[in-house]
Write a protein that binds this ligand. Structure first.
Ligand code: DGL
Length: 271
């Protein structure tokens, strides 16, 4: 199957956190139809083995490519980008572009001048060391402070936002001495843009807080342009949203992640 302009863009994450990326993409590329897959049955990816995540990522991408005929796939999850990007690239790159959420942020950081970059993410992303490795390859003397913050993604999916509990959990993590002296903090999990403001209030004087949603959308736009796959026809696409396990909670949460109410459909893949 050769990709063409009229095909949709596939996006996936472990849950509904990747809707923050889908949201940025739909704003930047309003004529593109999106097909989103949230692997809610396997959430959280941050606690799964790399091998399991690779298996899920391949199955989901097969669904997006073969069944939904997507012209590009965005891995809207740092944990899956760290564990499965290489494998997906090898499996699909000759067919369609595969975009991960780590490389566009690395590009931004390599071209910035921060003295010590803090990174917060799931256990899977932090233990992969992927950000440090990719940045150090190009900028040897960069200093980092990386901290696994495993409660945050679940806290966000459970709607604990802007309340006493979320403040206490965020404060507890950010007070960790490992993060002392950072002048930038990378929100290396696609759930975290939803607590960006809460995180920012912790820092006085303020520091730079970065999330990847916008840079990933920019990168996707560039790639589509280059591959002559960008939809320029003005239309009003109807996006599709799938999850591997549907709960009322996920349905209710979509609005805060995507900015407007959407309808999730359940689909069982063979994995
Ligand atoms: N959204 C995922 C990420 O960007 C994290 C959530 C999870 O643990 O599944 O890493």
């Amino acid at each position: 199957m050769h990709p063409n302009i009229d095909m949709p863009i596939g996006i996936f994450d472990s849950g509904i956190g990747g809707l923050t990326v889908a949201n940025a993409i739909s704003h930047l590329l309003p004529n593109e139809k999106l097909v989103y897959f949230g692997d809610t049955a396997h959430f959280p990816y941050g606690e799964k083995s790399q091998e399991s995540i690779r298996k899920y990522a391949i199955e989901i991408s097969d669904f997006l490519y073969h069944d939904k005929k997507c012209k590009a796939i965005v891995i809207a999850c740092n944990t899956a980008s760290a564990a499965a990007y290489q494998e997906l690239k090898e499996a699909f790159n000759q067919k369609i572009p595969i975009i991960n959420v780590i490389d566009p942020m690395v590009e931004l950081l390599v071209n910035s001048n921060f003295s010590k970059i803090g990174i917060i993410a799931t256990r899977g992303t932090i233990s992969s060391g992927v950000y440090q490795e990719k940045i150090t390859r190009r900028k040897k003397e960069q200093h980092f402070a990386a901290l696994a913050t495993p409660l945050l993604a679940s806290m966000i999916e459970e709607h604990f936002l802007n309340n006493q509990i979320s403040h206490a959990i965020i404060q507890n993590y950010l007070e960790d001495p490992i993060l002392n002296q950072i002048d930038a903090l990378v929100l290396a999990c696609t759930h975290y843009p939803l607590i960006e403001k809460e995180i920012a209030t912790f820092y006085n004087p303020p520091i730079t807080i970065l999330n990847s949603a916008r840079v990933v959308a920019d990168k996707l736009a560039l790639i589509l342009e280059k591959e002559q796959l960008k939809q320029n026809k003005i239309n009003n696409p109807t996006h599709e949203f799938f999850v591997s396990e549907l709960t009322q909670n996920f349905n209710d949460s979509t609005q805060i992640f995507f900015g407007k109410q959407i309808e999730l459909k359940e689909i069982k893949l063979n994995y």
